[in-house]
Design a protein. Sequence first.
Length: 162
Amino acid sequence: MSHDSARASAIADLMRAGRETSRLSMVFRYAIAERLGLAVSDLECLDYLADIGSATAGQVAERTNLTTGAVTSMLRRLQQAGYVTTERDPADRRRVVVTIRPERIADLERPYERFAERAERLVEGYSAEEVRLLVRHHDRLQAMYLAELDHLRDGDTAQRST
């Protein structure tokens, strides 16, 4: 097999593996959400807040790709379930700041514990250089996802030639 065809085959394998990982990640997230009695969008919101602490309702809407109306309903559900607090931004009373309740983080982490342990064992076998490569790869994928979400939000769904 030539170098070019071996590379093309490896890239095809990587793309297939990425699609399968993405699909399984979604199925896993749905199962976790169901176990917690949440919608997947609720879980994504809580995951986002666990990473950053607090956000405005508008930031949550942007990150979850939900309308502001849907976010308002979601935040009401999460507040009633005791996962978040909401308060008006003192600098701009029109904005609502959402904060995850620290005492509920353990409840959200519990369903992931076994997976997290297995993931830790998985990367133990990687060199620091390999881990840095994976981090760069994920950073670039995240940037691509965010750019594509921007295009979709702007209505730019036309086919592009690249």
